[in-house]
Design a protein around this ligand. Structure first.
Ligand code: GLN
Length: 536
């Protein structure tokens, strides 16, 4: 294709309509037709990135290979498209202002008053077009966070208007995702909120080209006609988006509604082939027809908000499908676990995952959970803080080092079995300063990790400040917990496992960030398999 086409996805009426899933689904359909696609998200909040946000605020923080701390929608983009994103795929208001202010200090606008229009909008535009400039992509899909009409998203909407003007209506398209509420008392689907949100877009100078309408009920023809007439879109550009059984159905539903065709026609892009969704459909077939079932306990401190563990949950869906097994997750608050009730809470589970996290709250419950599954030979997967808890538990209860702790929790412990990494000791800023992104890891032959991955050299993504303290390595290994994966450059321990246990593996890195529909992560696949075997 000659030049990159830009698709913008805005949201109306309310947030949480699933712009990320619609963007990812459209991306999937275009990719399945043989086009190369990138998806990016522009978020209107002032944090430079979501790395400093509590998961309760914004769900999980997704980390890319290049170490960017990003919005969880980037996880959906990667899981759907099976291609990595980067810092360039997630830009916030904070980053835009930071760039502009840095340029101002350097004197790049010397003599000028720096203003929202044109300086902030120019900076947004430049970032919006950046991925297109690589020449690698036929389509760049840009999701605009928030809702039209929000004060904070105005500069982004204005930037979209300008991009449309700058590069022409044949190269840009705006999809507006909206909600059509169903009033059960009136037995009616209402279009008014959508009409209003389209009006708001029009006031900002943008005529949406396609309406994607979230609805609990099928859209009758008269509703489609009404929307087309009052929102000024073609009748066939009113796309129904029913509530789906799983997010992975959405590409199929959007295909049925011909969203991809509308985009291609509108952008005058010829496409002879139908999208090839064979692998996707095979996955869906397995997902929907499990032959077995396992119960996995997820022990964490943010369990009231499953979005805090989005990638873990999705990884279990991928791994479950691979094993043709339904994975039921029992959410267990680590704060509720202690030595008296761990058995009650965990004994009926087929496997237990101890989740990543930060800080003291719930830590002793996590350690107690590890003790129980270690002693009772229940398959265990520990991730990041989960691995650190596994090491602390082993030191306390197997090596009998009673005050073993992570210095994150007990700063002055005499036995810092988990300690701040050397290069973290001088760091005082919190934002973007952890060990972030992809690092190599070398796996010991003959280990469980080697069986799992089937190779020695892997690369996985990280987000942490603390590490396994190598001063204790010899003692720990002698007692039966081995470090089966090591970073070859820094010697940091990346994987630990217990020899005398059917399946006890934990990683300092986050495997959940690399699991996709087409490439389910081997650690999750094998963990689910171990849980199945344990069940039998
Ligand atoms: N809090 C721990 C650390 O910083 C673990 C982080 C995590 O689980 N992502 O090392």
């Amino acid at each position: 294709m000659a030049s990159t086409k830009f698709v913008f996805v805005t949201g109306g009426v309310t947030s949480s309509l699933g712009k990320g899933i619609i963007s990812a689904s459209l991306g999937k359909l275009l990719q399945a037709r043989g086009f190369s696609v990138a998806i990016q998200k522009f978020d209107p909040y002032i944090n430079i990135d979501p790395g400093t946000l509590n998961p309760y605020e914004h769900g999980e923080c997704y980390v890319t290979n290049d170490g960017a701390e990003t919005d969880l929608d980037l996880g959906h983009y990667e899981r759907f498209l099976n291609s990595p994103t980067s810092q360039a795929n997630n830009v916030t208001t904070g980053r835009i202002y930071n760039n502009v202010i840095t340029k101002e200090r350097k004197g790049e606008y010397l003599g000028k008053t720096v203003q929202v229009i044109p300086h902030i909008t120019d900076e947004i535009k430049q970032n919006m077009l950046l991925l297109g400039e690589s020449g690698k992509y036929d389509f760049v899909i840009t999701e605009i966070g928030g809702c039209v009409g929000d004060i904070e998203s105005l500069p982004f909407i204005e930037a979209v208007r300008q991009v449309k003007y700058d590069i022409g209506t044949n190269n840009t398209i705006v999809i507006h995702l909206t909600l059509l509420p169903y009033l059960s008392a009136a037995k009616e689907i209402k279009t008014k909120p959508t009409q209003h949100s389209v009006k708001q877009l029009l006031e900002a100078g943008i005529q949406p080209d396609i309406l994607v309408c979230r609805s609990e009920k099928h859209l009758p023809m008269e509703i489609r006609k009404k929307l087309a007439l009052f929102c000024n879109v073609q009748l066939n550009a009113v796309i129904e988006a029913l509530d789906a059984e799983t997010i992975y159905d959405v590409p199929i539903l959007m295909r049925k509604e011909k969203l991809d065709e509308r985009v291609l026609t509108r952008l005058k892009v010829p496409s002879k082939n139908e999208p090839n969704l064979d692998l996707w459909k095979t996955f869906l077939g397995k997902l929907k027809n499990p032959t077995e079932e396992v119960n996995i306990g997820l022990v964490g401190k943010y369990v009231e908000l499953p979005d805090a563990y989005k990638s873990i949950v999705e990884s279990f869906i991928h791994a479950g499908a691979e094993n043709e097994c339904k994975v039921n997750i029992s959410w267990i608050s680590s704060e509720d676990i202690d030595s008296t009730n761990a058995g009650n809470k965990l004994e009926n589970l087929d496997g237990v995952l101890v989740a990543p996290g930060f800080g003291e709250r719930g830590i002793e419950g996590k350690i107690e959970a590890v003790r129980f599954v270690r002693e009772n030979k229940i398959p265990f997967l520990g991730i990041c803080l989960g691995m650190q808890c596994a090491v602390v538990e082993f030191a306390r209860n197997v090596l009998n080092i009673k005050d073993a702790a992570s210095t994150e929790i007990v700063a002055k412990t005499k036995n810092p079995i988990i300690d701040l990494m050397e290069d973290q000791k001088k760091i005082t800023d919190m934002g973007g300063t952890m060990r972030l992104g992809s690092y190599p890891c070398r796996i010991t032959k003959g280990s469980k990790a080697f069986q799992i991955y089937g190779k020695q050299n892997i690369e996985e993504r990280h987000r942490h400040r603390y590490e396994f303290n190598n001063k204790y390595l010899e003692q720990i290994e002698k007692a039966g917990m081995i470090a089966s994966g090591i970073n070859p450059d820094s010697n940091l321990v990346e994987i630990i496992e217990i020899k005398d246990h059917p399946w006890f593996v934990a990683s300092q890195y986050h495997p959940e960030l690399k699991s996709t529909v087409i490439n389910p992560h081997p650690l999750f696949v094998k963990f689910v398999k171990a849980a199945l075997e344990n069940k039998k």
